[in-house]
Design a protein around this ligand. Structure first.
Ligand code: SF4
Length: 302
């Protein structure tokens, strides 16, 4: 096989994986229903382009009917290349709307010089996107966050917010009017990077406003990347943990009624002191089984 053919084969495999994982997440969390109008938020970054491409594919093959409208918010940042997205979307033939709102001027006016502007900017953007969804009659708002965004948010909240929470794949807005979905929830950022490059998307850089990327998020991203290099499988296990929560083994009395917990007959015996289940393994039970399991894990990671 020629090098070119090999590369094409590998990109096809990557595309299939992104499509399969997106379809899986959409199904697992009931993200899209028959008759939905899905507003895809398109920033011009790799994640949102990949989201749009993949949802367009799913639209063709899904057993349900749903429509797509792409929305870009032009925040009037200096140097924003206004022509890029309309040209791309016209070529694609997708329904779209460009919303122009000068949030850049607002954050510059409100946020003192030298302070990070992202919090206010994101709040303003969210409000405008919710309003646009209402105007367009969109029933779902799709965002391009992926698996690694969700893990970074989990650690940000643990390290700096004192809470165990991430970005959910599906969320109802505080006022109950909007349903936000994240169809790329199962997709790795590395896969999106490779895919976006292969697709040759006209990427618009995200730092046009001149604001520093959130430093804490940057540090956590680097920590996760380092773990991924040093301990293959750790990121996968951490993401699995997000889908496998045991409130009785945490310490939040609002999720589990510890006060009412009392000794009762257990059909399956006491599992309170089970050791953690590792990827591709069973829970440890006896010393012999420990040794066996360790071997299995070593083989799996070899
Ligand atoms: S980097 Fe700039 S455009 Fe992006 S959220 Fe922060 S302030 Fe807004």
């Amino acid at each position: 096989m020629s090098t070119e053919a090999k590369q094409q084969y590998s990109i096809n495999k990557l595309e299939k994986r992104i499509r399969r994982q997106t379809g899986q997440a959409v199904g697992d969390f009931g993200m899209i229903e028959d008759g939905d109008k899905v507003m895809v938020c398109l920033s011009g970054g790799k994640d949102s382009y990949t989201l749009l491409t993949t949802l367009q594919y799913l639209q063709k093959v899904a057993p349900i009917q749903f429509s797509i409208v792409a929305v870009n918010l032009d925040q009037k940042q200096p140097g924003f290349p206004e022509h890029v997205l309309p040209e791309y979307l016209d070529k694609l033939g997708v329904d779209y709307k460009i919303v122009e709102e000068n949030t850049y001027a607002i954050v510059k006016e409100k946020v003192p010089e030298g302070k990070t502007t992202c919090a206010l900017c994101s709040r303003l953007r969210r409000g405008i996107l919710y309003r646009t969804a209402k105007e367009l009659g969109a029933t779902k708002i799709a965002l391009g966050h992926h698996r690694d965004d969700m893990l970074e948010t989990l650690f940000l909240n643990m390290f700096h917010g004192g809470s165990l929470k991430s970005m959910p794949p599906k969320l109802v807005s505080d006022n109950g009017e909007h349903v936000v979905i994240r169809p790329l929830a199962y997709v790795k950022e590395k896969d999106i990077e490779r895919y976006a490059q292969a697709q040759g998307y006209p990427i618009i850089p995200c730092n046009l406003c001149g604001s520093q990327e959130n430093l804490q998020r940057k540090q956590i991203k680097e920590m996760l990347r380092q773990w991924d290099r040093q301990y293959p499988g750790r990121i996968e296990s951490m993401f699995k943990a997000l889908t496998n929560v045991v409130p009785s083994h945490l310490a939040d009395p609002t999720l589990f009624d510890f006060a009412q917990a009392s000794a009762t007959a257990q059909t399956h015996g006491d599992t309170a002191f089970d050791q953690p289940t590792l990827p591709g393994s069973h829970s440890f039970q006896t010393e012999d089984e420990d040794a066996e399991q360790i071997q299995v894990i070593q083989v799996a990671n070899a």
